[in-house]
Design a protein around this ligand. Sequence first.
Ligand code: PGA
Length: 255
Amino acid sequence: MSAGPGRRPLVAGNWKMHKTIGEAEAFIQALLPRVSAGAHAEVAICPPFLALPAMVDSARGSRVQVYAQNMHQEQAGAFTGEVSPAMLVEAGAHGVVLGHSERREMFGESDKALALKLPAALAAGLVPVLCVGETEQEREAGETERKLRRQVQEDLAQVETERLGEVVIAYEPIWAIGTGQVATVEEAQEAIAFIRALVADRSGEEAERARVLYGGSVKAENAAELLAEPDVDGALVGGASLDPESFAAIVEAAG
Ligand code: PGA
């Protein structure tokens, strides 16, 4: 565990479209005894919407917080199939993942929408976890920094400067998601330091406060060395967060 001065590491498990309410209950009952109460790092699980209230109930009083995986920017309206910030807050969610590459690639999530979602989440009192990252092609073409710059600048454009430090950013190289092909610690550290520098272009102070996570094939076996990098403030975990034992091991690695 390292995380910079004053930054509390965050380990978040993104379940994607996995686990019924019953399966989620079984998971949380198995996880809670495995995550020690007094530890430093924050822990979040991001279940599908339907399991969210049950997870909030079951995790109450524990160290585990519950985040959603997506959100619409408006409070209410004619947006069939969407869920609003107010609905998430009432259900007890603490934060929300925004702009995951699966939503960007498969469901047309745009930077324009994200620029509205980020301030809406903050206004509702939710911790936003903004996902950014390059494709394999973009990395090979030397376009990683250009992609990250565009995503970070556009998606955070409407967040007030003094609130930038409340945003969590997850660097998730798309080629590392669900592939078992984890970024090297150097690649992760370099991209994350670059992301922090982009935030620092607006405010050095807020950039020091903002947590930047790594995501993409994080496992119990590689978590400790990734989390030891000075700019890596935690992990967004997909596949390995579905099993309580492997998720607990990653949480332990974060301290
Ligand atoms: P993975 O997914 O850990 O299964 O690679 C990470 C993510 O999509 O957030």
